[in-house]
Every structure is written in C-alpha cells, then in structure tokens.
Design a protein around this ligand. Structure first.
Ligand SMILES: *Cc1c(COP(=O)(O)O)cnc(C)c1O
Length: 368
C-alpha cells in the first residue's frame, strides 16, 4: 500500500470556502475597490482581534514594516538592528525606510534576536530594533524592552508570522511602538494575494501610517509627506474579514498539531523549543545535523519540507554592503533547520506519517 503524499501547505479554501466566495461577490457587486467600507471594517475587527487600539491596512508585510519605521521617525542614516535569521523582507523594509540594517546574531535555541548580541550591535547611530516573532514564537521582549529603555531605542515588531501570538500574555504588536503584519497567502491569516497591516496603541503612529500608505495625502491631491501607494484593497479586506473569525480555531489547531509533533518526534531530529505558550506555530521547525539528506529522504517518501531560511542575512548578496560582523549561530542554524508541514488543514495522520518518515530515516531505511 502506498500512503498519501504530505504537501507542505494547501492554500485552497476549506471550511472557509463559502464565506470567502460570498465576500468576493459582495465587493464585486458593490463597485467599490479601494479604501472603502471593507478595509475600514477589517481594520476595526483586526485591531480588536490583535488586542491593539488601532490597525491600518497596507499593501503587504514589507510595506507594513517600512511604513511603521517611517511613522516612528526613522530617517536616512539611522541604524536599525535586525536579527540575522528572518525573511529577507525584514531587512529590505529597513532599506525601504531609508535606514541601514545592522545584523545581530540569534539565540542558539529559539533563533529569535539574541538580546546580548542586539546590545553589542548598538552604535551612536542606532535608533530602533526590529523584533521578529520568528516562526510564530515571540522574541525575548522582556530583555529587548529593557535594552531599548536603557539605550533610548524604539522597538518595532515584525509580526508577519505571529497573528494572535502573545508574549507573556500580552498581544504581539503592542509591546513595542507597533507591529507589522503580513497577509501573504501562506501566513496564519492569509489573503488571496498580497496584504498587510500595522497595529499600534499610539494614535499618532497609526495616523502617520494611514497617511503614508495613501501617497502621504493630507487632503485630496495634497501630498503632505512623500508617501507611497500601499493600500490593502477591498477584495482582500473582505476575504480577510471572512477568515478572521476562524483564526482562533485555526491557531488552536496549529498548536495541537505542534504538540503531536513534539510527542512523536524522537532521536536526533529536535524541534526548536517553545519558550512562550503564546507561540502560534506559523512554522514547525526542527534541527538535524543531517538536514540535507533528511530532506531528500522525506522528499522521496513524498513528504514536502522547506527551509526557512537557507541563507542568513549576513550572507545575502543584497546585504553584503551592510555586513559588519559574523553571526555564527545564525549560520549554524541555516545548515540545520527544516520546516515540517503544518497548517490548519493537516490531519493527525499526516503528522504521524511525517514522523514515521523521520523515524525511518533515523533507522536507515525508507518509508513505503
Ligand atoms: C512574510 C514576511 C515578511 C514580508 O511580508 P510580505 O507580505 O511578503 O511583504 C516580513 N517578515 C517576515 C518575518 C515574514 O514572514
């Protein structure tokens, strides 16, 4: 008997299918596509879901980070500390805001920004830290907040992988000056295209992002700031509204599947530790000294895995110019990490099959 393949993710709508299609029909029939009632209502609903006072819809997660940095006052010549393990877009957003990314190494276990490395990267030009809640696990915000307070720095949270996550019980995006979210289709809350949002408890930061996303207009056709065109559109906002009520259930499902992985995985393939129960498992990442052969073995068993991310920021050709120091723990992680399939539609059987595949690899044979 040949078992089913386990794809990394399946982006076709499931239980949300009817709601998503109804949302699209509603917008098409309304004839209103940019900055209308769907975006406005989604912003209010997403703010409530995220435990923040304000939410502003933007074009994507990268712009959310860049506009948040601009809204807190980052300008040309400023340095912003970025963890060496993250999506390249985190550092690109710093460049988009006109600032200089300075890479700092990560915690050996959780792979989130290491507070000591962060502090060591501070120079007289440093103005902000981007705390990335990597894979859905909150960064060490108590240590980072203490450093920021001591050194008079701003913290901006990259929440692109951390919808509904909490850090010691406090919602991410409300621990620093604000949080940037992505609704890229694979994220825990995904649109049918690009989308993003900035949340903040500070009404003036939210107002500045609101202005910057719409060309910096202060009145119609009056551009008060050199803003950008980065608006969440009505179709995507309506789709996100239809899915938002399901997100708590989907998040619970991700956590349950992660617990099953932790129970079933044995041997030298080790899951990254969970430091905070507020972890929302955007990805389930394990480490192995034989990562590449393990991945090939799983692929031969029709189990799809990915690597997030294969290249640390310090080794990205685009950022060569900004490289200052080595980040050895990030470089080591890049050779060992492997993301296993995890999404709300995955079954317990799928997780068992992945773990059997890993078990077979460790025992030196292949899975039928
Ligand atoms: C997805 C992601 C981004 C970028 O979001 P986009 O919507 O693709 O622009 C930034 N940072 C992290 C950590 C991400 O996962």
């Amino acid at each position: 008997m040949t078992a089913e393949s386990v794809p990394f993710i399946d982006l076709r709508p499931g239980e949300d299918d009817a709601a998503v299609r109804a949302a699209i029909d509603r917008v098409v029939a309304s004839g209103w596509f940019i900055l209308g009632p769907e975006v406005e209502t989604f912003e209010a609903e997403f703010a409530v879901a995220s435990g923040a006072a304000h939410a502003v819809g933007v074009g994507n997660g990268t712009d959310a980070i860049a506009l948040l940095l601009r809204a807190v006052g980052i300008t040309r010549g400023d340095e912003v500390i970025v963890p060496a393990v993250t999506a390249g877009y985190t550092a690109l957003a710093v460049l988009l805001a006109g600032a200089t990314p300075v890479f700092a190494d990560v915690d050996a276990e959780t792979l989130t920004l290491d507070p000591a490395a962060c502090e060591a990267a501070i120079t007289p030009r440093t103005v902000a830290i981007v705390a990335v809640h990597l894979y859905g696990q909150p960064a060490d915000m108590s240590a980072l907040t203490a450093i920021a307070a001591r050194r008079a720095l701003v913290i901006v949270e990259d929440c692109c992988q951390a919808h509904l996550a909490t850090c010691a019980g406090t919602p991410v995006g409300t621990l620093g000056a604000g949080g940037a979210f992505s609704f890229y289709p694979t994220k825990n809350l995904g649109a049918l295209g690009d989308g993003g949002a900035v949340v903040s408890n500070d009404s003036s930061i939210a107002a500045r992002v609101r202005r910057l996303r719409n060309g910096g207009q202060i009145n119609r056709y009056v551009h008060g700031d050199a803003g950008v065109n980065s608006r969440l559109d009505e179709l995507q906002a309506a789709v996100l509204r239809s899915r938002l009520p399901m997100l708590p259930r989907w998040t619970a499902r991700r956590r349950a599947l992660a617990a099953t992985y932790r129970r079933l995985l044995t041997g030298s393939v080790r899951p990254l530790p969970c430091r905070d129960e507020g972890h929302v498992y955007h990805l389930f990442v394990v480490r192995s000294n034989e990562r590449d052969v393990l991945q090939q073995h799983l692929s031969a068993s029709r189990i799809e895995t990915l690597i997030h991310y294969p290249i640390p920021m310090t080794h990205q050709p685009a950022f060569e110019h900004w490289k200052r120091s080595e980040c050895p723990l990030a470089a080591c992680a890049a050779r060992e990490i492997l993301s296993l399939p995890l999404h709300q539609r995955l079954t317990d059987k799928d997780v068992e099959r992945v773990c059997l595949g890993i078990d077979a690899f460790q025992k030196g044979h292949t899975l039928a």
